[in-house]
Design a protein around this ligand. Structure first.
Ligand code: NAD
Length: 358
């Protein structure tokens, strides 16, 4: 076996059905008694219910989380935490709410319990993306890594089918890029392969039956594994393209991941044959890139950037930005080939050897 380095993070994971009833115990375990709950306006009622169940140990709710973690919202939440004398944070929701919790933790050092309700995986990472004056920046700090992740499968039952599909594909993207990351190791590769297998098995079931609890559990398990991989190893071309498209052209996060993934995988395929074989096997498909495209299509998820409102004239700039700063990627970055990749993704063409511009 090749020598390897694995940075494991010390996060406590509680996983199961109905685990939200353990929230009070988890707060006490941290030595805390005045949690501030965080949510989006859309999930305020859910967060209220969790808070009410805490009885006197409920300092308040800040239900103002929005996409892209704008600093003014984070500062308002910090002020709220101080006003109610909170001693810990409980984020209930998807990546947007978790991002807010991380932003508050960064500024206050308050411990965090996260109750994820999507498959984005942010709960498992020490990465925080924030926006100030319309510009998105990303930082990595141990301060933003949550202390506890409380996965309650039941809270994911309400995730609408469309969001289930794209959020699940977003999770698969973390695992896929972990399998060909330059700093991968046998542990992350094992987790990543299982993540792809679990999500690829669960998501089609959930498209047909969103309330299928075993499939919800399997998808959430896969999402945790994917988020753990995202934290442990460096991401490549796919994440770079999605970051550029999201940050510069304001495209929606999970949808963009869903559309780009098969094309980024096709681009990297010639340079990462072992990863491709593992991805294809986990998908139960003949070919990794084609299998990912077929999965997205089967889930009824968007497959063309044009459908997200991007203009074809934006593609040159997106390709230039994606190669502007070097980063590890299995296949060297070629601006014309990435521009061609984006053209295929714009039109929603199924990636194949004939159109990968290798
Ligand atoms: P989101 O958090 O924006 O949620 C989308 C909508 O769905 C919100 O209105 C939310 O309230 C609602 N929702 C969430 N769960 C629900 C449920 N179970 N039932 C009903 N409604 C529900 O979406 P997301 O895709 O989870 O997060 C995207 C954000 O997360 C992006 O800003 C992205 O950059 C960030 N992110 C960060 C990391 C990281 O490591 N820092 C990783 C992945 C994603």
């Amino acid at each position: 076996m090749e020598p390897f380095t694995y940075n494991a993070s010390a996060v406590r994971i509680v996983f199961g059905h109905g685990t939200r009833t353990a929230l009070a115990d988890e707060i006490a375990r941290l030595g805390c008694s005045r949690p501030l709950l965080l949510s989006t306006p859309q999930q305020a009622a859910e967060a209220e219910r969790l808070g009410a169940a805490l009885g006197q140990h409920f300092a308040g709710l800040f239900a103002g989380a929005v996409m892209h973690t704008p600093v003014e919202v984070s500062e308002a939440a910090v002020a709220h935490a101080k006003a109610v004398d909170a001693d810990c944070l409980v984020a209930v929701g998807g990546g947007s709410t978790i991002g807010l919790g991380k932003a508050v933790a960064l500024r206050t050092d308050l411990p965090q319990i996260v109750v994820p309700t999507t498959y984005a995986g942010s709960e498992a990472t020490s990465i925080l993306g924030q926006t100030a004056d319309g510009a998105k920046t990303t930082l990595r700090s141990p301060k933003v890594l949550p202390e506890v992740i409380l996965y309650d499968v039941d809270l994911t039952l309400t995730l609408p089918p469309g969001l289930t599909a794209v959020s699940g594909m977003n999770a698969i993207a973390h695992a896929v890029e972990a399998l060909y990351a330059a700093d991968r190791n046998p542990v992350t590769s094992m987790m990543a392969e299982q993540a792809v297998r679990s999500l690829a098995r669960a998501l089609p079931v959930l498209t047909a039956e969103p309330l299928d609890t075993p499939a919800r559990a399997e998808a959430l398990y896969g999402a945790w594994l994917s988020g753990t991989c995202l934290n442990a190893v460096g991401m490549g071309l796919h994440h770079k393209l999605c970051h550029t498209l999201g940050g510069t052209f304001d495209l929606p996060h999970a949808e963009t991941h869903t559309i780009i993934l098969p094309h980024a995988v096709r681009y990297n395929a010639p340079a990462a044959p072992d990863a491709m074989a593992r991805i294809a096997q986990a998908l139960g498909a003949a070919d990794a890139a084609g299998g990912l495209f077929d999965l997205a299509q089967r889930l009824g998820a968007p497959t063309a950037l044009a459908a997200l409102g991007l203009e074809e004239s934006d593609l040159d700039r997106a390709a230039a930005l994606a190669v502007a700063a070097p980063y590890p990627n299995p296949r060297p970055l070629s601006e014309p080939a990435i521009r061609a990749l984006l053209g295929n993704a714009f039109r929603g063409i199924r990636p194949s050897e004939d159109n990968c511009h290798a």
